[in-house]
Design a protein around this ligand. Sequence first.
Ligand SMILES: CC(=O)N[C@H]1[C@@H](OP(=O)(O)OP(=O)(O)OC[C@H]2O[C@@H](n3ccc(=O)[nH]c3=O)[C@H](O)[C@@H]2O)O[C@H](CO)[C@@H](O)[C@@H]1O
Ligand SMILES: C=C(OP(=O)(O)O)C(=O)O
Length: 429
Amino acid sequence: MARIIINGGHRLEGTVRVSGAKNAVLPILAASLLAAKGVSLIDEVPHLLDVENMANTVQALGADVAWQNGSISIDAQNIKSVTPPYDLVRRMRASFVVAGPLLTRFGEATIALPGGCNIGPRPVDLHIKGLEAMGATSIVENGFVHLKAPTGGLKGARIYLDIPSVGATQNIMMAAALANGQTVIENAAKEPENVDLANYLNAMGARVRGAGTDIIRIDGVDMMHGAAHSVIPDRIEAGTFLVAGALIGNGVYVENVVSQHIMSLIAKLEEAGARIEDTVDGIKIWPCEGGRLRPLDVKTNYYPSYPTDMQAQMVAALTVASGTSTVTETVFENRFMHVAELQRMGANIHIEGRTAVVEGTEHLSGARVTATDLRAGAALVIAGLIAEGKTEVHGLHHLDRGYDNLVAKFQALGARIERYEDAMEEAGA
Ligand SMILES: CC(=O)N[C@H]1[C@@H](OP(=O)(O)OP(=O)(O)OC[C@H]2O[C@@H](n3ccc(=O)[nH]c3=O)[C@H](O)[C@@H]2O)O[C@H](CO)[C@@H](O)[C@@H]1O
Ligand SMILES: C=C(OP(=O)(O)O)C(=O)O
């Protein structure tokens, strides 16, 4: 069984380069389906399981997809299906964002409802309500949603989102790109990944204004074409290395990061005493003068607030802070599965409603632990790096969804970390 083994306590030093953002490249690959002519060339594509799944989904619909060393080219001129294969959709929630492009370009789409996952129920009602406001009809049958546009195509509409949902904003923005007239999305998600998507859509001939603010205006165009685009750096991967550097670094330089995208994290790490130097293309970080981080109160929320995708890593960091911290999760209902695993390593945490109360201890001790979701996996790796002794992390398919070469990147910083695909391999190592 695949696992990562970490011998904790070794200080990290040097430079790590962050890959392209998972949460930007996934909707960008879906958006490529909007191009009726030309080829798209997407650069800075991270090598991730989720990216493979999305590329396979787009290919299964009839697009020509080719990988070349960190880039993907997509020719979506000859799409043959508006029903992505169930088996690919069920593996990844983000695949629901192919609904908007398929519906607006071909007048219909049939997608498996993604259902819940380990971090909460994750409904798609806001995606569907938004598409319905543009004239689409939807029928849910046997676990699939069948979407149909009115004759003549989707119509621009004014759509207020009850929650600034990242995925609903993406689906509506892409559907509106080829709709008739203007669509206005109010209370839109402001995440940098949505700005990156809007920039790609505009390069494809769309007319999207206001991405990154609460109100996005999209004037529909008749046709879109392929375009070249370079994906923004992954702010969550950057944040994961910064947290590790704040705990057990001797000066870690995290390269290829837009510091404005992680202002809330930088503010919290500075409040905890980490020393940070912001340079043109990256961030250098050192631990607190006295060694241990100071305790914090952290609350997740929509961008630009503290990101839920950095919650688990911060909980891991605060287990060894010099006092009691609170971490409140407001975005997802059930995102504290890492707590039970951290407790195996000696962490002193209890949950009160949506808040984790973390009593800092002097040290964690290595244990066998299992990742229950992607960021839980990152939190356990961080915990393993700071713990005394050996930590064995299982559930690696979660980590593979969202971290490109995580083990090699930590090895290059000096961590004693290895990945084994089976027991024989470890025995021979
Ligand atoms: C692939 C991708 O980009 N994933 C990110 C995206 O997920 P995702 O796009 O799924 O997250 P949303 O912003 O849509 O979800 C935020 C909240 O809104 C709720 N909701 C959402 C849609 C809907 O129709 N109805 C509804 O109630 C969700 O259950 C959740 O509680 O944003 C999340 C919040 O920053 C991140 O944690 C994920 O990493
Ligand atoms: C929750 C995440 O991703 P997804 O929305 O793809 O599950 C994440 O990236 O932490």
